[in-house]
Write a protein that binds this ligand. Structure first.
Ligand SMILES: NC(=O)c1ccc[n+]([C@@H]2O[C@H](COP(=O)([O-])OP(=O)(O)OC[C@H]3O[C@@H](n4cnc5c(N)ncnc54)[C@H](OP(=O)(O)O)[C@@H]3O)[C@@H](O)[C@H]2O)c1
Length: 349
């Protein structure tokens, strides 16, 4: 497959607003030993793209410091964690049969080998990502989805949002027949949580707002409560027996208010802090009920394998809210920041 020498990409050379997203023409990266070269057909956006661009993660002891999620970003950096595309080249030590396969890239950089490794880096943050015509990735991290009935746009929505959702659901040990509460349910991770929890046979209560409530119901929520009104009161009415697992990307006041809603042995899984990171709760509501608060960052290799099996079987239908050409990455990120959409925003290089 012919690969040109240069490619269009959008990269950042500093932290800042959407204006630091710079369209550039750069050399096509060469796959190193053990790596493959992927021609990107779709790359989905995530909040982490905005936060990495802004440097909004803070550092331990300095919450206002400009930083990526794992520390300083090595500029210039091509953003974009969520890539679907085709393998067009391989480095030494890699099976040439991979060339031509349609793949999804697991964007995680792990701290160890093995199925339970922790993600400690991310494509688009700790290595160059998919806001480009081509990207390299370790061969071990590309998953063949050639036969999937999902479109490339849909496949690109999976790694971060659905991977994070599946990581939360697995770490929260959600079982069939349990009741879950999903916050931020209209968002990329939220819709994924609703769809996967529903597919697992849970009763899904979701929190959303305004005109997005109906779309969250369509995504599979049994009941949707409005966050503009008293959430705890509405959840108590919808689930008087309490909830087994909270899948929470909002945190803030919701944690302290919501913990008493958990049943005995309930799990409150947190993967985001849209409502505030400085959380206070009455710890008696935790230990007196054998409840657990569980932090969840992305997924493990085992979770990603499960996700790819779902992708091959098209067991879930990811919702694509909008698509943009690559050179409109800044506009696409602004659209994401407005949070008026339901589902995922995708760039097509
Ligand atoms: N831990 C991880 O590995 C990981 C991975 C991916 C994302 N995340 C984090 O998870 C969060 C959600 O990501 P996403 O991509 O799903 O975001 P998103 O697509 O922007 O959606 C978030 C949704 O949350 C709701 N929301 C926004 N601000 C809120 C607030 N202040 N209080 C309550 N609800 C609010 C909105 O829905 P309604 O208006 O319908 O309520 C919004 O649609 C982000 O904080 C992100 O950084 C974490």
């Amino acid at each position: 497959m012919a690969v040109s020498e240069t490619m269009r990409a959008v990269r950042i050379a500093q932290h800042g607003g959407p204006e630091v997203l710079e369209p550039v023409e750069v050399a096509v990266p060469a796959p190193q030993p053990g790596e493959v070269l992927v021609r990107v057909s779709a790359v989905a956006l995530n909040n982490t793209d905005l936060w990495t661009r802004e440097g909004a993660y803070g550092r331990p002891g300095d919450p206002e410091a400009l930083s990526g999620w794992r520390g300083p970003i090595d500029f210039p950096r091509i953003q974009g964690a969520d890539v679907a595309g085709r393998v067009v080249g391989v480095g030494t030590d890699v099976d040439g049969d991979l060339v031509g396969r349609r793949v999804v890239v697991d964007p995680a950089v792990y701290d160890a080998d093995g199925p339970e490794a922790n993600p400690v880096g991310l494509m688009g943050s700790e290595r160059d990502g998919g806001y480009a015509e081509y990207v390299t990735a370790p061969a071990q991290r590309v998953h063949d989805v050639t036969g999937s009935a999902l479109t490339d746009d849909q496949l690109a929505t999976l790694p971060t949002a659905y991977g994070t959702a599946l990581g939360m659901i697995e770490r929260g040990r959600l079982r069939e027949g349990e009741t879950v509460l999903v916050s931020g349910a209209s968002g990329g991770v939220g819709v994924a949580l609703v769809q996967i929890a529903r597919a697992r046979g849970a009763r899904v209560l979701a929190i959303s707002s305004g005109s997005k409530i109906e779309a969250v119901r369509e995504a599979g929520a049994h009941e949707v409560v409005d966050r503009a009104r008293d959430v705890v009161e509405q959840v108590r009415a919808a689930a008087p027996e309490g909830i087994d697992v909270a899948l929470d990307v909002v945190a803030g006041q919701l944690v302290g208010d919501g913990l008493p809603l958990l049943r005995e042995g309930g799990r409150w899984v947190i993967a985001g802090a849209l409502g505030g990171y400085d959380v206070a709760f009455d710890v008696r509501r935790l230990y007196l009920h054998n409840a657990q608060v569980i932090g969840s960052a992305m997924h493990t290799p085992r979770h990603f394998d499960l996700l790819m099996a779902m992708a091959r079987a098209a067991e879930i239908q990811p919702v694509v809210a909008a698509t943009f050409p690559l050179d409109q990455a800044a506009r696409a990120q602004e659209e994401l920041a407005r949070r008026l959409h339901v589902g995922k925003i995708v760039l097509r290089p």
